[in-house]
Design a protein around this ligand. Sequence first.
Ligand code: ADP
Ligand code: ZN
Length: 469
Amino acid sequence: MNKDYEVTIGLEIHAELDTQSKVFCSCKNSFGAEPNTNCCPVCTGMPGALPVLNKRAVELTIMAGLACDCEISNYAVFERKNYFYPDLSKAYQISQLEKPICVGGGIRLSSGKFVRLNRIHLGEDAGKLIHEFDQTHIDYNRGGVPLIETVTEPDLSSAEEAVEFVNKLRDNFIFAGVAKCRMQEGGMRCDVNLSVRKKGSPLLGTRTEMKNLNSFKAIQRAIEYEAKRQIEALERGEKIVQETRKWDDEKGVSLSMRSKEDSNDYRYFPDPDLLTVKIPELTVQELKKKLPLSPEKRRELYIESYGLPQYDANLLTSSKEISDFFDACVALLKEPKEFSNWIMTEIMKLYTEEVGILISAQNLAKIAELILTKKITRQNGKQLFYEIWNEGGDALELAEKYGMLSSITESELEGIVKKLIAENAKALEDYKSAPDKVIKFFIGGVMKETKGKADAQLARELILRELER
Ligand code: ADP
Ligand code: ZN
C-alpha cells in the first residue's frame, strides 16, 4: 500500500432481528421456509393493507442501542424510502431517516480507538432474488423481516479495523439477544463506504460504496482491493467518482454498478400509515435492566470474580451459547475453573454451532460434584460425560448403574493402605531405589482390595504419605 495515502471507511451494517414475526405484519420471521409461504397482503404491499408495528422489534432495537452505548430517542418516526426493484413489491421500504430509535454511541477497538456510531435505526428487509441459469426467481419471505441498520461515522482506517469492528458489533448483538447475525444466511450484511486521501489532507476524499458484503473475508478483501484501486487511480491523475460498486467475491474485484444516489433520490417521507412511536424513559430503564451482560463485561467477571486466566475468559466468551452454559454450570456449583476446564477440553472438542451442547448444565454439574467429592474417579466422570453427550441420560443414575460410585471413605482407604504397607515389608525396602515401582505396586494392591472403586489420585496421596513417614 502506498504510504502517502490514508484510507477512510464508514460502515453500514444490516442485521435481522430475532423476532417471531415480521415488523409490520404477523407473518413468521423464519429463515429457510418454502419460498413465498410467509407472506401476506401487508408485507407484499397490496393496496389498502395496513402495517401494524411489532413492539418486540422496537424493544430489540432499543436493546441493540443500549448494548452499543447509544442514546435512545424519546420518539421515533418511520419513513418510506422509495425505490423500484423486483425484490421490493411495495416499491418502498419502511425505514427511518430523520428520527431513528438510537443515536450516537460507539465501540472501542483493541487498539483503544473509539469508533463512533451515527445511529441504529429500524426498518424492514426486502425479498430475495434467486438467479438460476437464465431465470430469476423471487422469494418474498424475507420482505418485512425486521432489520436494524447500524451506521458508523467515517472513523475506520483499515481492513483489519473494519473486520474487528464488525466482529465486536456482531458479538454485542448476539450477547444482547437481539439478533443471531448468521452471515452465511444473510442475517448480517455490511456496506462499505471508502475513500482515500493524501496524508495530512484536511478534507476526506470522494467515497464509493460497496454493498451487501456477507463474510469477514469479503469485507477484508473488498476493502484492500478498493483502497488500492482508488490510490492507483489518483496516482494516474484520475478523479474518483462517487458511485455504488459491486464486489465480486469470486473474481476478487469491485465493479461500477451505478452512480451513487443520495437520500434526496429516495423521496423519503413519513409513512402516513404509521404513527410516531413514543419511547418512555421507563421502558428504556426496564430494558436496560433486562439487558444481558456484554461479552466484555462477562470476560471481566470471569477474570476478576472467578479468578480465571485471560485465556479461559476469551474462550468462554467466544460464543453466547458457551458463555450461557458456563454461567448455568457455575450457578449450580461454584467451581468456575473446573467447568472452564471441562468446556475447554471435552466440550470444545465436540461442540459445533449447528449441533450445540448436548449435555445439560445440571448433568455436568453433577459429574463435577461427584468427582470433586471423590465419589467417582475423574476417568469415570469423563466416561459419564461422553455417554450422556452421545446417548443422553442422568449422571447420577448412570454412575449407579455402572457401579462407579465409590462407597469407600477416605479413612477406610487409609486403613487399606496401612494394612497393605504393613503386609509388604519387602516392597518397602525397595522404596529408596525404585520409588515409582513401589508406589505403582501399592496402588495396584489398593485397586485389587477395593475392586477398582478407589480414587486412584487419593490412593496415591495416601500411599505417599505413609511411605514418607
Ligand atoms: P448517505 O446518507 O448519502 O449514504 P452518510 O453521510 O449517511 O451518506 O454516510 C453513509 C456512510 O458513509 C457512513 O457510514 C459514513 O461514515 C460514510 N462516509 C461518509 N463520507 C465518507 C468518506 N468521505 N469516506 C468514507 N466514508 C464516508
Ligand atoms: Zn406479512
